[in-house]
Write a protein that binds this ligand. Structure first.
Ligand SMILES: [Zn+2]
Length: 86
């Protein structure tokens, strides 16, 4: 009887386990610590790292201003007007 060759096992793509991080909406270095648990949200650690690589320690209003200037070319209001009714 001929020996059958074993086929290599197919590797399954492993999903990385989601690690939950605590994120301060108002950075602790900028006073968020004073707000206690109200300032903390629990989020996917991978997204958390990406968030801070993009926005650093900007607060929400600074992020919005930066997005408006950098990504939206200062045209937010005009674009929102054009998008009304979609
Ligand atoms: Zn954070």
């Amino acid at each position: 009887m001929a020996k059958r060759k074993r086929e290599p096992k197919k590797k399954r793509a492993r999903k990385k386990p989601i690690v939950i991080h605590k994120h301060h909406v108002i950075p602790s270095s900028r006073g968020g610590d004073k707000l206690g648990e109200d300032d903390i949200v629990r989020i996917d650690g991978n997204l958390h790292m990406k968030y801070h690589s993009l926005f650093g320690n900007l607060n929400p209003s600074e992020i919005l201003a930066w997005l408006e200037s950098y990504f939206w070319g200062g045209k937010r209001k005009q674009l929102e007007e054009k998008m009304k009714g979609d």
